[in-house]
Design a protein around this ligand. Structure first.
Ligand code: NAP
Length: 481
């Protein structure tokens, strides 16, 4: 009876996980999706606590309290701009937990196998030793879990600046990594074939290779590509959890791990596509090595003239505009300007101006970054438009306000074949009658390349912190009417 109730609870939890992913595919349903996912996880955890094999709850309770305290403290302190680092850290802990569970299970089952061999216990008392399928799943789990642990720590370190964000490369690096990967697979296959007869060092060498590969595989990837790597490591953590499910015969782990693994992989592919990069290029291309000979970073050449505009200049253009498109980017997140953006938009709408928001798939530092910030400021979802939906509108628009965006509005991505971001789909902002760019300096954005938009005759650069500039613009527009 208890087993059936637990299975039913797992089924409900699995359905809630699927509904969670469904909800996360649209901003309107996002919050509900998160709630359903949390509910599913609560049900799964509580149902697991009814497992008949649990003989004492002290350690579980201690872990639950400690983990909840640390998780809550970290989440409350981390700003939105550092969310990728926060996610990387979570994956590192997830990977380590998976790996440790696998190592413990390996020891447990090996002990049983050894005792069965000496007739110290019977199959009826302890069950069979490890099957080939379970050994394969266990090895896969420990290898991927270890790789995810060190890989995620490396991604965290690169984003936080503890480790250089530049790709660290050397000759024959990819070959060396593939050889290490191949070696670990050979060890695993041997253990699957010979089970308990395989020497123990093979298991631990495979595990150590996983830890080493996490470091080696992330070293050659530039800090710029870390969000894609984090999403991929998320996928590995999911696959490791799925393998744990096979080893421990837990359906909920198999289902949730498979969902996590496939959604993480799909997200990584979508992010690469939005940057017009192949997946292989992200993982092995050492993007950001400076191999962009035709591209000059700002400050490298002589200073170029640009239209250094005042708040009053920009306010006058906006007051005379019938249609305005706001393009937010990473600078909006840094400056936490989302509320100021909404206030300015409301003031413009009050004057009869039509205001739309253009949201680029890789604006900011993680997928949906801009959507989350604008939702927090209660900007209505129907005012947000994706790249494909709005790109043709710029040519018919009076004014564009670029709030801390750079790479996603760089026209060079369409024309400069030597640019590292060549081919990345970008907004056609330069086609609008006037472009007002809010940023602090003439510095480059994430990809480190000069942006021709800033020097065009129809572009006004209003330099300063985006939030402060928006508040001043809001004041100027209100005073005008
Ligand atoms: P961006 O190219 O990184 O440019 C952001 C701009 O914001 C900078 O040029 C900076 O200029 C400005 N800024 C910073 N702080 C500011 C402040 N307080 N006030 C005003 N401006 C400020 O940003 P983006 O256009 O959003 O492009 C995103 C980039 O991230 C793309 O290259 C994309 O490929 C990459 N990426 C994104 C994701 C993702 O999932 N979203 C994942 C991987 C990579 P100043 O310093 O002069 O102010």
């Amino acid at each position: 009876m208890r087993e059936q109730a637990v299975s039913l609870a797992y089924l409900v939890a699995s359905i809630l996980f699927i509904m969670c992913l469904r909800g996360l595919s649209s901003p309107e349903q996002g919050r509900r999706g998160i709630f359903l996912g949390e509910l599913g996880m609560l049900i799964a955890v509580v149902a697991t606590l009814f497992n008949a094999e649990i003989i004492s709850f002290e350690w579980i309770l201690a872990g639950l309290i400690l983990g909840s305290l640390i998780g809550t403290a970290i989440s409350l302190r981390i700003p939105m701009t550092q969310m990728p680092e926060r996610i990387a850290l979570s994956h590192a802990f997830g990977g380590l937990a998976t790996s440790l569970v696998g190592i413990a299970e390996f020891h447990r089952v090996r002990d049983i196998t050894a005792q069965l061999a000496t007739d110290a216990i019977t199959v009826a008392q302890a069950g069979h030793g490890l099957t080939r399928l379970e050994m394969g799943a266990l090895g896969f789990e420990v290898f991927l879990g270890s790789l995810t642990f060190t890989g995620s720590l490396m991604a965290f370190g690169k984003l936080q600046g503890f480790i250089t964000g530049a790709p660290v490369t050397w000759k024959g690096q990819n070959l060396m990594n593939f050889a290490a990967f191949g070696g670990a697979i050979v060890l695993l296959v041997y253990q699957v074939i010979f089970l308990a007869e395989a020497p123990q060092w093979m298991f631990f060498t495979m595990c150590g290779t996983g830890f080493a590969l996490g470091v080696l595989a992330v070293l050659p990837i530039g800090g710029a590509d870390m969000p894609v790597v984090i999403s991929l490591l998320n996928s590995y953590a999911g696959l490791a959890a799925c393998a744990t499910g096979f080893a421990l015969r837990s359906n909920i782990l198999i289902i949730s791990g498979a969902l996590d693994g496939s959604s993480g992989l799909l997200l990584s592919l979508l992010m690469s596509k939005a940057m017009n990069r192949s997946f292989a290029n992200v993982l092995f291309g050492a993007f950001g090595t400076g191999d962009s000979s035709g591209v000059t970073a700002l400050g490298a050449g002589p200073a170029r003239p640009f239209n250094d505009a005042t708040i009053e200049d920009a306010a006058a253009v906006l007051a005379a505009s019938q249609t305005v498109i706001i393009v937010p980017g990473y600078g909006m997140a840094v400056s936490q300007a989302q509320h100021a953006v909404r206030d300015l938009a409301a003031a413009l709408e009050k004057n009869g101006t039509e205001v739309k928001y253009a949201i680029h798939p890789v604006a900011g530092r993680m997928p949906g970054h801009m959507n989350v910030l604008l939702a927090e400021a209660n900007v209505p979802y129907d005012a947000l438009f994706d790249l494909d939906m709005i790109n043709d509108d710029f040519a018919r628009t009076d004014a564009v306000i670029v709030v801390g965006a750079n790479d996603v509005v760089n026209p060079g991505a369409k024309t400069d074949t030597k640019s590292p971001i060549y081919g990345m789909p970008v907004f056609n902002v330069e086609q609008a009658r006037s472009v007002i760019v809010l940023k602090r300096s003439m510095n480059t954005g994430f990809a480190g390349v000069e942006n021709e938009l800033f020097f065009l005759p129809n572009t006004m650069m209003v330099l300063g912190d985006a939030k402060k500039t928006l508040i001043s613009l809001f004041g100027a527009i209100k005073d005008d009417h």
